[in-house]
Design a protein around this ligand. Sequence first.
Ligand code: SAM
Length: 290
Amino acid sequence: MKKRIASPSVTKEILDKNGIRLKKSLGQNFLVDRNIIDQIISGARLSKDEHVIEIGPGIGSLTQRLAEEAEKVWAIELDDKLISILPETLNDYDNIKYIHADALEYDFEELLTDLNDKKVKVVANLPYYVTTPIIMRLLEERLDLDRVVVMVQKEVAERLVATPEDGKSYGSPSLTVQYYSEPNIETIVPRTVFMPRPKVDSAVISMDIRKEPPVEVEDEDLFFSVIKAAFQLRRKTIRNSLSKATNVNLDRDLVDEALEEVGIESRRRGEKLDIKKFATLSNTLFKLLN
Ligand code: SAM
């Protein structure tokens, strides 16, 4: 077994040797606990013929284990200094490809087209400042991924798996993630396993990418616009939210007609509607508009 990077002493040694000062602005909180790395690895359910995209390898603590479990790792790191030391730190592994790029801009589609018949998973301890935009990109671009397993802030994970019963955690991100995937919180992670320690706890969330959405939707743009409108004014009734929405132009009579047709009481709040109700409501609006 190769020397594990995920420990406080080895991490410190690598940082000192390379004169690296961690950047808070890039969400550089490194994992220094082997057990948590093992839990991420087991949540990823990797096999030797699969490829992994890792976003933000840092100094390689998770990358190292991914390289041992998968056929190949595509490690995308934004930081100039970290990307330059990774090949040396991980020189025992010849199945890692280092990519110096911003995960918000990187062309995942092109990479996945090149990997055409491979099963590809994303596994990462995401930089906190861009967690949600990165997850949304991976899902909304309908990339040909099998599973996404990422460490995020605990509150973010709770939001992504939330249902109407979960109160204010439930919102537009919950519905988007659940439309494209089946999310599950794998484990809650205390802040003590990071160097430096963040101010909040984290969670590992897995998302199995759906081949088919869980509900039938006539017009996805309208479906997501209705959801956004409902949560933009979440304390208002669904009738008011939809007819006052700025992102979609729906007049009050049309909203009333649609709500009546699908049997949603006009005084209900949008935050109480589940994904099925949003689908029937947007399908009815679509029919009335066309
Ligand atoms: N994987 C390492 C670990 O678990 O210890 C580091 C995780 S650290 C939370 C996040 C990493 O993402 C950092 O190495 C940071 O430099 C990198 N990063 C930040 N923003 C990024 C971006 N937009 N694209 C790619 N990598 C980014």
